[in-house]
Design a binder for this molecule. Structure first.
Ligand code: HEC
Length: 216
């Protein structure tokens, strides 16, 4: 078959040009996606809040359009009662992240869906109602992380071992978990329950506390 008889779409030069254009086109798309992804995953970006979000209440509301719960940054509710600036918050959250890596929490848990399936996903563990009221939540978590062995609080029937976490590491880990719970994960984990973050009713003690001490 001579050169002139070759159909245009079967010619070698056509396929060479196609290869060049497809490679160049894909490179452009990949560069765009890289920047878009970096924007989506950077703290302070579209989906991941700044580290200083740990100074606020993390609320969730049902979004009709997206058909799942989405995070809403609520009023100021500083972790351990102390407002941190962005740099301090970043240092604390990073310390917590390093702790989760050093202690290999992913060996049992998943974080943002990555890890093992022995224990519950930790993405929104900050919001677990079993930590109690917003006043005691962080301290209960610290106490749990430092000594989880005798605490069985969900129905999976497995216990977390004592990993020798120091108080400083536990506090940083709680900061990391609080920050992570504010990430917009497109509704992940799926069966995430509605969380009542409203201010709890006054504790029974304060209600029944005598206003006048009877003279004895
Ligand atoms: C050897 C396995 C194992 C490792 C490693 C482990 N955990 Fe756990 N963890 C568990 C199990 C099992 C539970 C469930 C305990 C329960 O419900 O009583 C649990 C529960 C938890 C909870 C409560 C979850 C919730 O939603 O209420 C948190 C928070 C937690 N772990 C954090 C951590 C962190 C942080 C690390 C790493 C520093 C870690 N775990 C390492 C096994 C592990």
């Amino acid at each position: 078959m001579s050169e002139t008889q070759t159909l245009w779409w079967a010619s070698e030069s056509f396929w060479k040009k196609m290869a060049v254009w497809i490679t160049a086109g894909s490179a452009v798309v990949l560069i765009f996606l890289t920047f878009d992804t970096v924007n989506q995953i950077t703290a302070g970006g579209k989906r991941v809040p700044p580290y200083s979000v740990i100074n606020n209440r993390i609320d969730y509301v049902f979004d009709e359009k997206r058909n799942y719960q989405v995070p809403v940054i609520g009023p100021e509710e500083p972790l351990f009662g102390k407002v941190l600036n962005e740099a301090e918050a970043m240092a604390l959250v990073s310390r917590g992240k390093l702790t989760t890596q050093a202690k290999n929490c992913m060996n049992c848990h998943t974080l943002l869906g990555n890890g093992a399936y022995y224990a519950p996903d930790l993405t929104k563990s900050w919001l677990d109602p079993m930590w109690g009221s917003k006043e005691t939540r962080e301290e209960t978590m610290v106490a749990f992380l430092m000594d989880p062995t005798d605490k069985l609080h969900n129905t999976i029937g497995r216990r977390m071992p004592n990993l020798g976490i120091t108080e400083e590491e536990a506090r940083a880990t709680v900061a990391f978990l609080k920050w992570m719970s504010a990430i917009d994960t497109n509704g992940f984990p799926g069966n995430f329950p509605t969380i009542d973050q409203s201010d709890p009713a006054p504790a029974p003690e304060s209600v029944s506390a005598p206003t006048e001490t009877p003279a004895l």
